[in-house]
Ligand binder design. Structure first.
Ligand code: ADP
Length: 468
């Protein structure tokens, strides 16, 4: 403002000066005028007219001078408003507008900085939402979905584009989720519930009301608890199976002791028989405890593997020879079909022999007399196992009782035994397949099973081939 006033004073000063000079010149040029009042008036009028004309001319020039930077300012504001954050005014030479230009550029810089940090925050938030495992939905006060992250879209079988600004009920299509949300709207309090969805999945949903700067809405968080529930079930089953497995040999041992106490000790041949049964039960419990310890060691990575390039036949021949007599006793034919040109695989030989032994023992155990067990191996491209894209797959196929479809998904869990295996009294701890799975996975391999109840089972495992 200081500069503005300064210019105004200079302008008025020049105006008065020029006017006075013109009036004086006019007065002095007419010597007769000095006594004539009308002549003096004419002088004054002439001066006034001259002053007005000069003022108008100067005003027009001043306006012309002012219009250009104001026009520039207008264009710039429009560019910034349309998102061009690089637009700025060029600094002027010192004068009326230089302060304004500086102030404007400073304001623009501050605005751009604030916009940048807002954008950055928004990008970070979007990134968090994008990668969150939990589903997040924001529903506005009118009940329309304003935001949905990929996890929520995935859980609800929809997409962000389809769900955006659709009614909440239309997007979630699940009565319990809708009820939970309505309850939250009515009470304006947090609501939490866990429920089962289709496909045996378990969810927990949290609906919370929020009010930000007069904007009302609801935050819905969806968590997939299926894996946790599954772990809980496995843990519960593990404890109940362990108790169950220990109870049988313990009860048997107690019966043996009581019989001995009640007089069997005085009958040496009977005492001998009972003692042998006692020893057998103790052996069963010892084997179970040892297998459990072994499993826990493998699971926690405390079993160091000495992996080296090994011929597949070396992994199979020893367990086959060891179990041949068992197969013969059970009248089960044992067939080995190994191609000669198989590449070497990466394996810790004793550990993989243990896996083959477990699978082979089961195959013989669950195959009735007259059946057969075949061991094959072939080169495979294991698409499901990235770590072992090129692998050798070993198959142990039996013509035995097979496994029920509902037992198949759980067959590799600790202590899991099919009901038929239990009721038919086939001895076993239910730990063999769990150990086999952990050992194969520790080799970056994969183990799986295909089975038809009543027709037989095929257990497979793959091992990565060694680079030649
Ligand atoms: P177990 O010591 O009881 O054999 P495993 O872990 O080796 O323990 O096997 C778990 C269960 O898987 C067995 O009890 C049985 O129900 C089933 N099973 C394993 N192999 C076979 C097979 N070849 N045929 C049928 N059932 C099998």
């Amino acid at each position: 403002m200081k500069i503005k006033n300064q210019w105004l004073f200079i302008f008025i000063y020049i105006l008065i000066l020029v006017g006075m000079m013109v009036g004086l010149a006019f007065y002095l040029s007419q010597p007769t005028c000095r006594v004539s009042a009308s002549c003096v008036w004419s002088g004054v009028l002439g001066t006034a007219v001259t002053l007005i004309v000069i003022a108008l001319l100067l005003g027009a020039a001043f306006l012309r001078w002012l219009r250009q930077p104001i026009k520039q300012l207008g264009v710039l504001v429009q560019r910034i408003a349309s998102g061009d954050t690089q637009a700025r005014l060029m600094p002027q030479s010192p004068g009326l507008f230089s302060d304004l230009v500086r102030a404007f550029n400073e304001m623009r810089d501050r605005l751009v900085h604030q916009l940048d940090s807002l954008e950055k925050q928004q990008r970070q938030l979007a990134l968090v939402l994008q990668h969150m495992a939990d589903g997040v939905l924001i529903v506005n006060g009118q009940g329309y979905v304003q935001l949905i992250n990929p996890a929520a879209a995935n859980l609800l079988n929809t997409s962000a584009d389809v769900a955006h600004l659709r009614a909440y009920a239309e997007v979630v299509r699940h009565h319990q989720l809708i009820e939970l949300y309505q309850h939250c709207r009515e009470t304006e309090e947090n609501q939490v519930a866990a429920f089962e969805m289709s496909g045996g999945r378990f969810w927990q949903a949290v609906v919370s009301p929020f009010k930000e700067l007069e904007v009302q809405g609801y935050l819905v968080i969806l968590q997939d608890l299926t894996a946790i529930r599954h772990l809980e079930t496995v843990r519960r089953d593990f404890i109940s199976n362990l108790s169950h497995e220990l109870r049988t040999p313990l009860a048997s041992l107690r019966a043996v002791m009581e019989t001995l106490q009640d007089g069997a000790l005085d009958d040496p041949p009977a005492a001998q028989r009972f003692l042998e049964r006692g020893v057998h039960e103790v052996d069963t419990m010892t084997q179970m405890v040892e297998e459990l310890l072994e499993l826990s060691r493998i699971e926690s990575g405390r079993v160091p593997l000495r992996v080296q390039a090994t011929a597949v036949s070396d992994l199979i021949i020893h367990p086959v020879e060891r179990l041949r007599s068992l197969a013969e006793r059970g009248n089960v034919k044992l067939i080995t079909e190994l191609p000669l040109d198989l590449p070497l695989v990466l394996a810790d030989q004793p550990r993989i022999e243990q896996v083959v032994g477990n699978l082979l023992h089961n195959a013989i155990k669950f195959t009735p007399p007259g059946g057969k067990v075949t061991i094959r191996a072939h080169l495979s491209h294991d698409k499901e196992n990235v770590a072992a894209a090129d692998a050798v797959t070993v198959e142990i196929k039996d013509s035995g009782m097979g496994i029920a479809a509902n037992d198949l998904p759980r067959i590799f869990e600790r202590f899991y035994k099919s009901d038929r295996a239990r009721t038919r009294g086939r001895s076993g701890t239910g730990l063999g397949l769990a150990i086999a799975r952990h050992l194969v996975e520790a080799h970056n391999g994969r183990i799986w099973v295909r089975s038809h109840e009543g027709k037989g089972s095929s257990f497979y495992f793959s091992l990565p081939i060694a680079d030649s």
